[in-house]
Ligand binder design. Structure first.
Ligand code: ADP
Ligand code: MG
Length: 238
């Protein structure tokens, strides 16, 4: 469970063509990074996969099912944004529980799941705190906790670490990769940071002006960049 296929995807806003055409096949359990300069359409592509934007043309398939016009909640994908967007008036516990509560889960189930999730993210000591009493890294973990509580088949991260300082970014990268190792869920991770892409990804989609220039492993991109843009962006010697 968790393959994601992007087929002949186009997206325009008015007469601005943001994605002239994208095709990608992401396998179940892969950690895929979309990387490219600011404004190249990474967030737009991710938002189309999430169902937050309608594509102008093309299809999105999850596990072979056409979800192009399905509501975000029906796609079983959890989205983690760069701004943590936690509810400031709710405790950590309430923040993590929120999606389950909205889905109408029983109080018992909510309690059990919140405990499991908080434990796996080392958040048990902070359950009664409000977001303002947490560090940046702890807040990010609460955002991840809120994303995993409904046991999604896939995760979509949009520059989740760009608000954090350099040291924290390094440790959070590791936490996200540990999470991937434990859950083995498909993850798409958007960043404009080449180092983040090269160190985290199973495969990287290098984007430029709404096109996927190359989709390959970090090693292949480095050894055999498809063109000068990829070579320049990845920093390989070609
Ligand atoms: P990235 O995430 O790679 O920085 P985005 O996907 O956010 O790039 O943006 C790509 C282009 O699409 C930009 O020119 C941006 O202004 C435009 N864009 C994104 N969302 C909208 C929107 N809702 N309405 C109009 N233009 C948009
Ligand atoms: Mg973006």
């Amino acid at each position: 469970m968790g393959s994601i296929k992007i087929e002949g995807l186009k997206k325009s806003f008015g007469n601005q063509v943001v994605i002239p055409g994208a095709d990608l096949e992401i396998e179940n359990g892969e950690f895929v990074v979309f990387v490219g300069p600011s404004g190249c359409g990474k967030s737009t592509l991710l938002r189309v996969v999430a169902g937050l934007e309608e594509p102008t043309a093309g299809r999105i398939l999850i596990d072979g099912q056409d979800v192009t016009h399905a509501a975000p909640a029906r796609r079983k994908l959890a989205m983690v944004f760069q701004s943590y967007a936690l509810y400031p008036h709710m405790t950590v516990q309430q923040n993590i529980a929120f999606p389950l509560k909205m889905a109408g889960a029983s109080a018992d189930l909510i309690k059990t799941r919140v405990h499991e999730v908080a434990k796996s993210l080392d958040l048990l000591p902070y359950l009664e705190r409000r977001p303002r009493a947490l560090s940046g890294g702890q807040r990010q973990r609460v955002a991840i906790g809120r994303a995993i509580i409904r046991q999604p088949t896939g995760f979509l991260f949009d520059e989740p670490l760009s608000n954090l300082d350099a040291a924290l970014r390094v440790s959070m990268r590791k936490e996200i990769l540990d999470l991937h190792g434990r859950l083995r869920s498909t993850m798409i991770y958007v960043t404009h940071d080449q180092v983040e892409a090269m160190t985290m990804a199973d495969r990287i989609a290098v984007m430029n002006a709404g096109r996927v220039e190359q989709f390959d492993t970090p090693l292949e991109l480095y050894r055999n960049p498809a063109n000068l843009f990829v070579a320049g962006f990845i920093g390989s010697p070609k």
